[in-house]
Design a binder for this molecule. Structure first.
Ligand code: 4GP
Length: 812
């Protein structure tokens, strides 16, 4: 029997009987229970294992193909992954949905019962983390050899409860019951150093010895990432921090000092304890930097280990390896690779630098200056003394290069330096990321352009060819096929097959059907049925959704002003021909971001007031379900009629919720921001409700001296809305939000208010013509094929990674 890579193993069954046998054998031998006593959790775990086995078998063939071809690999380094629930996805990707439904029925359960037990790992905050999950899905779907590296946080993004008091945060112990989808791999443990000091090596100018003051172990486990409609199964490898044996103080324990005995171990394991909500709090910054280095150090050693399994020397390292940095969080990988190559493997500095620069690429996900990470030099010096020395040397050589190009331009040197000298000296991670990589990309056309013209303009002038755009995309499997089964059946019927799930441009063929009355009727009734399923409002009302993180730049406060304006209008004319609307907000605010939490609280209070108003409530309902996550998004998106994408132009890097909603036939009301611009260009201006300033007008408005009170004074409806907020009926929070809008209004909400209200009136005109609306909806889906993450990955593969697919053999 040939046991290499599992190719000689017994084949897993394909028939219902065989699947059931496998399920039973997992129930007996791996779960240790029997049919009679199996609980729902036993059934869930057993089913998950049975499905996972099928993917594991494909994984073995994938590994065999990769070993045989020694390909160029993509390593995706990301501090966040919002993978979403796994069971339904893996049933789909393994083609075992029907077999599974039948088999669990025999155990006395329904698939839906078991899907409810499938907890999503919330290992990310928002768009950046979900993008990582969509990209690894598409990498596998495109047969590209890839590994995603991340951190296995014990506690993922907090669980949110919304009440009239706003947002409450609870810990998210996502793996409390275990996680059947992962494989621990303690053998691949890595030791990670922190603190300590460096010592010179006599005779060497560049090499040093780093003697760390603390050692923490990183233990990986991996989740399988299957491709859709192909054999490839890649992995995401997540690191957990583990204390070394030596950190347990036995003598203290024996002396009864129990807390002290485990103190060091607790400190070590805190590194992967909790997903960082964001860095708007000073507290715990060092822990965040520790997390970043922990991820980087474990992953790079693993990458080097994998390279050396197949290759000798370093000549081909950059040829065989591309490491994509998902934002600046893993940027310490640049000095870390230099440290490994120079200090540990004894390469010359210049050669190491050439390899390093060629190996990395960097994706930026923001334009907000406060989101560009910097770390105090003193913190770096204490936590990562050797890395700081390496950064200084990189910076010195880099600034020499700048000086040679722009002699005497001292201001430019100051602006471009990796070390910021204003106030407390800080390491500018985005600068390090640009200097140490071969390619830098933004995530939508406008974003990439603004990066080149504003935030990173000096760098773009120095290295124009380095800067690229790769517009984001989303997984059509998760966000149409799984989330919206009715619509995907109709699309499949309309297009005569499921090929669109791997080639989303085919949706364009739906255009012919947009004029077909019976198709349109079915389209409309599907939307209605999805609203009934969601169960959050009258299914015949206009379902108007704003689902995303709460941030002032995204302008949930503008939507709130619209709600209050509608409220006033209806009260002033109760007999009017009002269009019933269900306005749905969902999203989390960073726990320390008080202004965003105020907005949440205000929305919840306003919602309650509307609910209690007999005049307004028949027409207007505001709902705010708790705990927005991938699972909830999959329920809301198929039910949406209107997609709110109303950020101040020039602030939203891309957005991906906008893509998911358009793909499900919601029509966007939005500004010329991020990927909205590209959505509008594709679906057509007549199928998009545009309003507001563009990015250049917004910047100009600020430069000209913006006065929000001007808009307050010249617009009676706006004034009434703000006066209501500030009147006291909504308490202090109403005062604070109105005060910030009238005081400085950082994101020019009031300036865009009137345009927004007018665009909403246009929405209502379109809604009054159901045939027109449905046509717009169909055309949104038809022309959003570009926003597949498969296309995004193809773009990265062709222009940045320069990797080719490695097909995996079918089972014989
Ligand atoms: C987000 C951006 O805000 C969003 O526009 C973009 O679509 C997404 O990344 C993926 O590129 N940024 C974050 C973050 O989630 O944490 O900076």
């Amino acid at each position: 029997m040939d046991l290499r890579q599992g190719t000689g193993l017994r084949k897993l069954g394909k028939t219902a009987d065989e699947f059931q046998q496998d399920l039973l054998s997992n129930l007996f031998y791996r779960r240790g229970t029997t049919v009679e006593s199996a609980s729902a959790r036993d059934a869930y775990e057993t089913l998950s294992l049975t499905v996972r086995d099928r993917l594991a078998e494909r994984r073995a063939r994938t590994a065999a193909a990769h070993y045989a071809s020694n390909p160029r690999w993509v390593y995706y380094l990301s501090a966040e992954y919002l993978l979403g629930a796994q069971l339904e996805q893996n049933l789909l990707y393994s083609g075992t949905g029907d077999l599974a439904a039948e088999a669990v029925k025999a155990l006395g359960f329904s698939l839906e019962d078991l899907e409810d037990l499938d907890v999503e790992p919330g290992l990310g905050n928002g768009g950046l983390g979900r993008l990582a999950a969509c990209l690894v899905d598409s990498l596998a779907t495109r047969d590209i050899p890839a590994v995603g590296y991340g951190i296995r946080y014990d506690l993922g993004i907090f669980r949110q409860i919304i009440t009239e008091n706003g947002q409450t945060e609870l810990p998210d112990d996502w793996a409390f019951h275990g996680n059947p989808w992962e494989f621990p791999a303690p053998d691949d443990r890595q030791a990670v150093g922190f603190y300590g000091h460096t010592e010179p090596i006599p005779g060497s100018e560049t090499r040093k010895i780093w003697v760390p003051g603390e050692i923490v172990l990183g233990e990986p486990s991996h989740m399988l990432v299957p491709g859709y409609g192909t054999e490839t199964v890649n992995i995401v490898r997540l690191w957990s921090a583990k204390a070394s044996e030596a950190s347990f103080d036995l003598s203290r324990f024996s002396a009864g000092q129990y807390a002290e005995a485990v103190q060091e171990a607790v400190r070590a394991e805190n590194i992967s304890k909790v997903l960082y909500p964001d860095d708007s709090t000073e507290l715990g910054r060092e822990l965040r930097l520790k997390q970043q280095y922990f991820l980087v150090s474990c992953s790079l050693r693993d990458i080097v280990r994998r390279f050396r399994l197949r290759n000798e020397g370093w000549d081909t390292f950059a040829e065989k390896t591309v490491i994509q940095l998902n934002d600046t969080h893993p940027t310490i990988a640049i000095p870390e690779l230099m440290r490994l190559l120079v200090d540990e493997y004894e390469l010359e500095w210049d050669r190491a630098w050439e390899i390093t620069r060629k190996t990395f690429a960097y994706t930026c996900h923001t334009l907000l200056p406060e989101a560009l990470e910097t770390w105090p030099v003193r913190m770096f010096e204490k936590l990562l003394p050797r890395h700081l020395e390496i950064i200084y040397l990189i910076n010195m050589l880099f600034l020499r290069e700048v000086e040679a190009r722009f002699p005497g331009d001292h201001d430019r040197l100051r602006r471009m330096s990796i070390i910021g000298e204003e106030g407390e000296r800080r390491v500018r991670m985005a600068h390090l990321a640009v200097v140490g990589t071969e390619a830098v990309n933004g995530v939508a056309e406008l974003h990439s352009k603004l990066l080149r013209e504003t935030v990173l303009d000096d760098f773009a002038e120095l290295w124009p060819a380095k800067f690229q755009n790769v517009t984001n995309g989303v997984s059509p499997r998760r966000f149409i096929k799984i989330a919206n089964p009715r619509l995907s059946d109709l699309i499949t019927e309309g297009l005569g097959g499921e090929g669109w799930l791997r080639d989303l441009d085919r949706l364009a063929e739906l255009e012919h059907l947009a004029g077909d009355a019976s198709f349109a009727e079915r389209w409309q009734s599907i939307k209605r049925a999805n609203k009934v399923d969601l169960g959050l409002g009258d299914p015949d009302s206009l379902t108007d959704v704003m689902i995303k993180r709460f941030h002032e730049y995204k302008r949930q406060q503008l939507k709130l002003l619209h709600v209050i304006t509608l409220y006033h209008r209806i009260r002033a004319n109760p007999g009017g021909d009002w269009i019933p609307r269900t306005i749905l907000f969902a999203g989390k605010a960073a726990p320390a971001y008080h202004a965003a939490k105020d907005i949440i609280r205000l929305i919840a209070t306003v919602a309650a007031r509307i609910e209690a108003d007999p005049v307004v409530s028949p027409y207007l309902k505001v709902v705010f379900p708790s705990n927005y996550n991938v699972t909830l998004a999959e329920r809301i998106i198929p039910a949406a009629d209107l997609s709110e994408q109303i950020s101040l132009a020039g602030k939203e890097a891309s957005g991906t919720g906008n893509m998911k909603l358009a793909l499900n036939g919601a029509i966007t009301i939005g500004t010329l921001d991020g990927a909205n611009i590209e959505i509008r260009a594709r679906v057509g201006a007549e199928n998009f409700f545009l309003f507001g300033m563009d990015a250049y007008q917004a910047a100009q408005t600020r430069i000209n001296g913006y006065d929000p009170r001007h808009f307050y004074e010249h617009d009676a409806e706006l004034r009434a809305a703000l006066d209501t907020l500030a009147s006291g009926i909504f308490g202090d929070v109403g005062h604070r939000v109105a005060g910030s809008l009238l005081g400085w209004d950082e994101y020019l909400t009031l300036a865009d208010y009137r345009g927004y209200i007018e665009a909403q009136e246009e929405v209502e005109r379109a809604w009054r013509e159901p045939a027109r609306w449905t046509r717009m909806s169909i055309l949104n889906t038809a022309h959003s094929g570009f926003f597949s993450a498969d296309r995004t990955v193809a773009d990265y593969a062709a222009r940045i990674w320069r990797v080719a697919p490695v097909p995996v053999q079918h089972e014989d």
